[in-house]
Design a protein around this ligand. Structure first.
Ligand code: 2NL
Length: 358
């Protein structure tokens, strides 16, 4: 075969190779150890110098043309393969979110989101902190003396004492340590809520060893019980979505507040169901009070300058009241039928304008 015919033939085969494998087969047949181009190049050695002078450049031209065509075709085939992959891996951004169809938001998470939304509107930030705490942040800083029953072994989950340390860690029994940490590190004015998991060694029909609490704290100059009452009233109205709501403040005692009040919300029985609103019945929903001067001082603030109020409230109970669940223990059973029935859609984001309710 003459050089020009071979060249045309090989270039045609290269152009026709439809895959990297087909192209490689062409390359081996032409440029491989026993390829057609290699065989021709080998004949140069046995030629007379005159013949080599003529055939040499022709054969080199053939080799360069074939090599050039091979690499150009290789690049083209790779680009084609990439384009095909990109086309097949394309995502349809208009498809609905699969997870939102199968999963649901736990009522406790939903209520936490509602609380954050309501209090954000009143200028409160959400604060969080560790669930494993020390005695100081969980008790001492809150004016809870060593002898207080809340410290007794049957209430608090303690970790084994580290050898060589006199510090015993514990699972926080309330979210107050988050507020203590905030007061110790941030300058007033402070307006925060601290929602989260809390732990007490207590288990019966109305108590689970792990439960959820939200606490609120305001520290500023000139804060009074009136600020507390208005804030709680505004919160209860927004949360239960009722305008005529009556709060009853009863004197009480907490070591960390003085004075302390327990707060009842007026309600009434309607068709065998308890409804928020009216004053025929009372339901205790939270505890609160003016932050004790000793607590303010233990966080490094001057109680002569700064005052504040605080409140604490069980989130699981709030969820039961609002969404009509009657068994607390079912909250933490992870029963898919319960979750499907009582859970919320991920799209049902609580907003004040859209409603924080169901
Ligand atoms: C209840 C009562 C309450 C607080 C929590 C608090 C936190 C700090 C300072 C002062 Cl840092 N007080 N929290 C105050 C009063 C009541 O909780 O019945 N909770 C379920």
């Amino acid at each position: 075969m003459d050089i020009d015919t071979l060249k045309t033939d090989l270039l045609d085969q290269i152009a026709a190779a439809a895959s990297p494998e087909a192209l490689e087969a062409v390359r081996v047949a032409a440029m491989g150890k026993s390829g057609s181009v290699t065989a021709l190049l080998k004949t140069l050695g046995g030629m007379s110098p005159d013949d080599r002078q003529v055939r040499g450049p022709l054969l080199n031209g053939l080799r360069e043309a074939v090599a050039g065509a091979l690499s150009a075709r290789k690049i083209a085939l790779e680009a084609e393969a990439l384009n095909a992959r990109l086309a097949s891996e394309r995502l349809d951004m208009t498809l609905p979110v699969a997870a939102a169809v199968t999963g649901s938001i736990h009522p406790v998470s939903q209520v936490m989101d509602e609380l954050a939304e309501i209090f954000a509107d009143l200028g409160f930030a959400v604060a969080t902190g560790p669930e494993i705490e020390d005695d100081c942040h969980n008790f001492s800083a809150l004016n809870i003396p060593e002898t207080h029953p809340a410290r007794a072994m049957h209430d608090t989950f303690y970790f084994p004492q580290e050898p060589g340390s006199d510090k015993r860690m514990l699972l926080r029994t309330h979210t107050s340590p988050v507020q203590i940490r905030t007061m110790m590190t941030q300058a007033p004015p402070i307006r925060i809520i601290a929602p989260g998991r809390t732990y007490r060694s207590d288990s019966d029909a109305t108590h689970t060893p792990m439960f959820h609490q939200v606490e609120g704290l305001v520290i500023d100059k000139g804060i009074t019980l009136a600020n507390l009452k208005w804030t709680l009233e505004t919160f209860v109205k927004a949360f239960f979505e009722v305008d005529d709501v009556t709060l009853r403040l009863r004197p009480s005692y907490f070591p960390f507040t003085e004075p302390s009040v327990e707060v009842d919300v007026g309600c009434s029985w309607e068709g065998g169901r308890l409804k928020i609103g009216g004053t025929s019945s009372w339901l205790e929903i939270l505890g609160s009070g003016m932050v004790h001067p000793r607590v303010i001082a233990s966080c490094g603030l001057d109680p002569e300058v700064y005052q504040g109020f605080a409140f604490g409230c069980g989130i699981d109970r709030l969820a039961m009241l609002k969404y009509g669940m009657n068994d607390l223990r079912a909250f933490f059973d992870a029963d898919l039928r319960w979750l499907k029935h009582h859970g919320f859609s991920a799209f049902d984001v609580p907003t004040l304008s859209g409603g924080v309710g169901a």
